[in-house]
Design a protein around this ligand. Structure first.
Ligand code: UDP
Length: 235
């Protein structure tokens, strides 16, 4: 497998073409941003940790019947994935109130929600990834009604699997963001990553935050928190 030209560079990853039309290589970076790129920094070892953690979790999800773009780990900070076209949507599930929903709706951080909340955001940095609903998605042709249904069903199933998986590791899954893509066969698959960059993880016993909120809010011990999460996932 040959790594060819870079297709795209995002805030935390680079995507490369390969000599096979249906395969990309993703390189994970240590760069970290928050608040729509307003806060910039670097988290030592993050690229390696998020690469490994995404590999473990996507493999586990595949075993539970969720199709993903993940193929295999190539190196400490690279993984081979199926070539997909990403839907320009951030799909968010919230089990407990934290982050933007607290500011937006006046909910207290840590409030256990009566039912999970499903949200779409339009993936567009120029507009700060605004929250949208099904009508926007359909009207703007970001996805069809049929695609929305598949994405929604997969997302709730992923939430059920992840909640139980992390609970066994002493972690409360507070919320997370995932992305979907369509592969060359037209199949909708889970893409992007699942890591402390894209989820909120709280220790069940102490409620300690083991995710990117340590960076967002300058809580210290950022690297240690990412390492602790990888350790629990690999246990
Ligand atoms: N999230 C993400 N990328 C984003 C925005 C949010 O991965 O661009 C994740 C975030 O880590 C959290 C969940 O989505 O697990 C909900 O985030 P929220 O809307 O509370 O926004 P934030 O507080 O991150 O600004």
């Amino acid at each position: 497998m040959e790594k060819l030209e870079q297709l795209y560079e995002g805030k935390a990853k680079k995507v490369f073409k390969t000599d096979q039309p249906d395969a990309f290589i993703i390189e994970y970076k240590d760069d970290a941003t928050a608040f729509n790129g307003e806060k910039k920094g670097s988290i030592g070892g993050k690229g390696v940790i998020n690469n490994k953690m995404t590999g473990v979790i996507f493999t586990m999800l595949e075993k539970h019947g969720i199709p993903t773009h993940f193929v295999k780990i190539l190196s400490e900070n690279e993984q081979l994935v199926q070539a997909v076209t990403i839907f320009p949507l951030e799909v968010i599930i919230r089990n407990t109130a934290a982050g933007s929903i607290c500011k937006r709706l006046g909910l207290e951080e840590g409030l256990k929600l009566k039912a999970p909340i499903f949200e779409f955001c339009y993936k567009n940095d120029d507009f700060g990834d605004p929250m949208i609903n099904d009508y926007h998605v359909i009207a703007m042709e970001l996805a069809t009604p049929e695609e929305i249904e598949i994405i929604r069903e997969m997302t709730f199933k992923i939430n059920d699997i992840l909640k139980a998986y992390f609970l066994e590791k002493g972690i409360n899954l507070i919320d997370f963001k995932i992305e979907f893509g369509k592969n060359n066969r037209g199949q909708i698959v889970l893409a992007d990553e699942i890591s402390p960059d894209t989820c909120r993880f709280w220790d069940v016993k102490t409620n300690e935050k083991l995710d990117k909120d340590r960076f967002r809010r300058n809580l210290g011990n950022i690297e240690e928190a990412y390492e602790e999460m990888l350790k629990r996932v690999q246990a």
